[in-house]
Design a protein around this ligand. Structure first.
Ligand code: PSU
Ligand code: MN
Length: 307
């Protein structure tokens, strides 16, 4: 399906991922930009640990992915996970710069796109995250469209997220995914979710309500020789959601702040997340953690169903 890593690629498995690969056990990939650029310390470390624990509880093995001193890590032993959560100097690496980080022996946290590339190299087919990057509002002026969308179109990994953040232009994001041939499947709902909120106001292109059905859908795509990833949107649990109308107010303020401060390029998403964190007095972070945990559980169930 995907090209396995060359023996010349500086790549290292954590102990538990190496053991899981040896016995063909289900593995779930996790990204690291969410740890270094998506949440403040120590909440980020708590999140990273609890997400890994949930995946183990569900009978799969977590593989948090990052470049550390030029080595592509597939799974982080506990000391490395803690060090990454504390570091402030990590690059945010996507398709354009993951090889740069390795070649130049840097430390880089992987975005959804880069994590998909690494997971595919390691033969991992399921990946849990919070939200994907997408088409930014006013992209017609800025041309700011995340490389995550392109990657979903080409790399065969199932990405479980909580939809697209309403800091993005969600209708345009769904259009680009459709153009790239990426199935967008909402789990157990026919409404596409908007990260902190369960309802984006848009209908989901597809809907499935069991991990087995998702595994079967993927298998059928492979029978047809269809390459590329698939996006599973898993609405945040009701108890943790911030309703859309309320979020819209906070997002408006965060976007104004970004405009005022002249934020562009890869700094945009981290800036907006941080701004919303402050505007909501930390409540957005609680929601963010709850939804990642929820996604980790579903991803593990899918990985088990595919094994
Ligand atoms: N959304 C979040 N938290 C994050 C990100 C997105 O709620 O940390 C990160 C993910 O790693 C995603 C990346 O892949 O931001 C997208 O960045 P960009 O828009 O620059 O491609
Ligand atoms: Mn961008």
């Amino acid at each position: 399906m995907t090209k396995p890593a060359s023996p010349f690629l500086p790549m290292e498995y954590s102990d538990e991922v190496a053991a899981a690969k040896a016995r063909n056990a289900p593995i779930v990939a996790l990204e690291s930009t969410i740890i270094t650029h998506g949440m403040p310390y120590p909440g980020n470390l708590d999140m990273a640990r609890s997400v890994e624990a949930i995946i183990r509880q569900e009978g799969a093995v977590p593989a948090t992915i990052a470049v550390i001193d030029g080595v592509l890590h597939i799974g982080l032993n506990p000391d490395k996970l803690e060090a990454l959560a504390k570091t402030t100097g990590a690059m945010k690496v996507s398709r354009a710069d993951i090889a740069f980080a390795i070649a130049e022996r840097r430390t880089g946290a992987t975005t959804v796109a880069a994590t998909m590339i690494a997971a595919a190299c390691a033969g991992i087919r399921v990946f849990a995250t919070g939200g994907i990057g997408g088409v930014h509002r006013k992209a017609e002026e800025s041309f700011d469209i995340s490389a995550d969308l392109e990657e979903l179109g080409r790399t065969g990994v199932i990405v479980v997220c909580a939809g697209a953040k309403a800091i993005l232009d969600i209708p345009k994001t769904l259009e680009v995914l459709e153009t790239r041939g990426v199935p967008v499947v909402t789990y157990d709902s026919d409404i596409f979710p908007a990260f902190w909120s369960r309802d984006s106001g848009l209908k989901s292109p597809l809907m499935l309500n069991s991990p087995a059905a998702i595994a079967n859908f993927q298998k059928t795509r492979e029978l047809l020789g269809i390459e590329g990833g698939m996006l599973i949107a898993n609405p945040v649990p009701e108890a943790s959601e911030i309703p859309r109308e309320e979020m819209e107010i906070y997002i408006g303020r965060a976007l104004d702040n970004a405009d005022r401060d002249g934020i562009t390029g890869k700094a945009v998403t981290p800036y907006l997340l941080d701004s919303i964190y402050h505007i909501t007095d930390g409540r957005s972070l609680e929601t963010n953690i709850a939804l990642v945990e929820n996604n980790a559980r579903l991803a593990a169930e899918i990985a088990v169903a595919m094994a």
